[in-house]
Design a protein around this ligand. Sequence first.
Ligand code: NAG
Ligand code: NAG
Ligand code: NAG
Ligand code: NAG
Ligand code: NAG
Ligand code: NAG
Ligand code: NAG
Ligand code: NAG
Length: 496
Amino acid sequence: MTNLFVRVLVIAGALLVGLSVSAVAVFVSIDCGSSESFVDENNIRWVGDDTYIKTGESLTVENPDSVSMREYRTLRVFTGKKNCYSIDVPKGERVLIRAKFHYGNYDGRSSPPIFDLQFDGNKWDTVEIEADERVYYERMYVTKLDQVSICVAMTKPGQLPFISAIEVRSLDFGMYGYLDPNDSYYSDWTNYGDSTHIRFPDDPFDRYWEGVGESLLPISVGSETRILDTGLLEKPPQSVLRTAAAPRKSSQIVLLNYTYSTELYINTYFTELPQLNSSQKRSFTVYMNNESISNPIIPPYQSALKIPFNISFNSSNTVLSLVPTRDSTLPPIINAMEIFKKDAELNDGTYYTDVKALALLQSACYKLQEWSGDPCLPESYNWDWVECSDDKTPRIVALYLGNLGLQGSLPDFSALDALQVIDLSNNNLSGEIPDFFRKFSHLKQFASGNPGLCGLEIPCSSPQGNNVTDSVQEMKSGEMLIIILGIIIPIFFVYD
Ligand SMILES: *[C@@H]1O[C@H](CO)[C@@H](O)[C@H](O)[C@H]1NC(C)=O
Ligand SMILES: *[C@@H]1O[C@H](CO)[C@@H](O)[C@H](O)[C@H]1NC(C)=O
Ligand SMILES: *[C@@H]1O[C@H](CO)[C@@H](O)[C@H](O)[C@H]1NC(C)=O
Ligand SMILES: *[C@@H]1O[C@H](CO)[C@@H](O)[C@H](O)[C@H]1NC(C)=O
Ligand SMILES: *[C@@H]1O[C@H](CO)[C@@H](O)[C@H](O)[C@H]1NC(C)=O
Ligand SMILES: *[C@@H]1O[C@H](CO)[C@@H](O)[C@H](O)[C@H]1NC(C)=O
Ligand SMILES: *[C@@H]1O[C@H](CO)[C@@H](O)[C@H](O)[C@H]1NC(C)=O
Ligand SMILES: *[C@@H]1O[C@H](CO)[C@@H](O)[C@H](O)[C@H]1NC(C)=O
């Protein structure tokens, strides 16, 4: 009995560890071009990309052993127009997505390609990198669908898009709820007073907190001092708050200095690290150029204070700084800062019912599964075999499925009710053309060259065999016409 008890405890313990790792709803790390799983030095579990994609070629950089982060050693290279990874994520989830690239002269040509990066039908960025660079692109946004799609797209002939790794993390409900859910954001996380970068496992959401050291004086606490639960929805990690920076020379800290126009949403975090005695006082205000824009800030001991700013920098030189108040005996400090900058507004994607109907069609026809991501967006990056309307929320208006070697019977994709043209010709489709085709009033259909397909051009036999005459006799006159037409038309096509 005791043995069993111990074993149960151990299993429960293992489960707990598993749970704490996946406490974040979505935490997916894909090593593109690899089929192996591994756990990296940050205790992040990576998986190969075979289950996420059906196209492209898996390759390795020229000198994999010289690349310290394993996810950059392999890559997947594509010859197609748009190549997407789809990752399941609950709808309405705020996610942080990262796409990582390292060319590493995988093709021996010392010429990294230029191509586009897209997510959920939105243009993300143009990937233009040096041969030996390792680069990641990051965006934060709220999902509009139950999937995140990350795509690389060819923009110039011969410049083959590739990707090295993908990271998708979901953030907690309520985190950054003040940011517009219809926009995507560039984000920037700064950890002051420490030149190391902090991410998972210190930050369960795996934000990349870049260490900033040199120009400022680092201040950190001994390991015994704990910062109590801050109660902050943004959940800045302990290890980020446990270091701070103070000015080295002047009495003020310059946080930002922009000479161009930009609008930023900024969160600043303050914690007093050593406990101050009665004769010490640290107090400062935030200045924008020569104007104070905050109340006096007194960093709390063993807790953290968040001060947000929503700032519009204009084209003249704009400097944001921390300046001590008159009664302060100590210089200002800062522990952490988050900056968010709006990117373009997110599109709503292709009409959702159409997308679902296409998915049905894809699940029936293996050949069509090479395409994923949004079927119509971004504009001009539609799937090759669909045509879309120009609406803000595009509809599928044509399906060009001729000569694709499709087999089997057709599923019910009648939800595509904006369809005007469907071409199924010269495949090996079989079974009956589904009834719902009659629902499309103005549908132009092409289905010749499918010997096994009946209902449109070839009459469908009764289950007992081809007993057309009898069937006609049993039918009402309206339906008879269809059958008779059904007999005549195939003769036209077959002997054409
Ligand atoms: C976001 O966009 C949707 C549809 O485009 C709209 O219904 C909603 O009101 C928008 N939300 C905000 C906060 O602007
Ligand atoms: C801000 O940047 C400009 C241009 O780089 C520089 O001349 C100026 O000294 C900076 N101001 C501060 C306060 O750092
Ligand atoms: C407060 O701390 C400072 C710095 O450690 C020290 O110089 C000063 O004497 C202390 N004052 C009192 C009243 O303890
Ligand atoms: C800010 O103050 C400094 C001196 O304190 C002055 O030289 C500078 O012109 C002021 N800048 C603005 C934008 O008012
Ligand atoms: C930031 O300011 C802009 C106007 O400058 C406003 O439209 C927006 O709602 C503000 N955002 C937040 C989060 O306060
Ligand atoms: C830029 O911002 C400064 C400080 O907020 C302000 O004095 C100035 O008038 C602004 N300039 C423009 C062109 O908006
Ligand atoms: C067409 O499909 C049938 C099964 O539905 C199969 O037996 C036949 O070999 C296929 N023909 C071609 C040319 O693929
Ligand atoms: C066609 O139907 C007739 C009458 O129902 C039946 O006698 C005959 O066997 C059927 N032929 C075939 C090929 O099933």
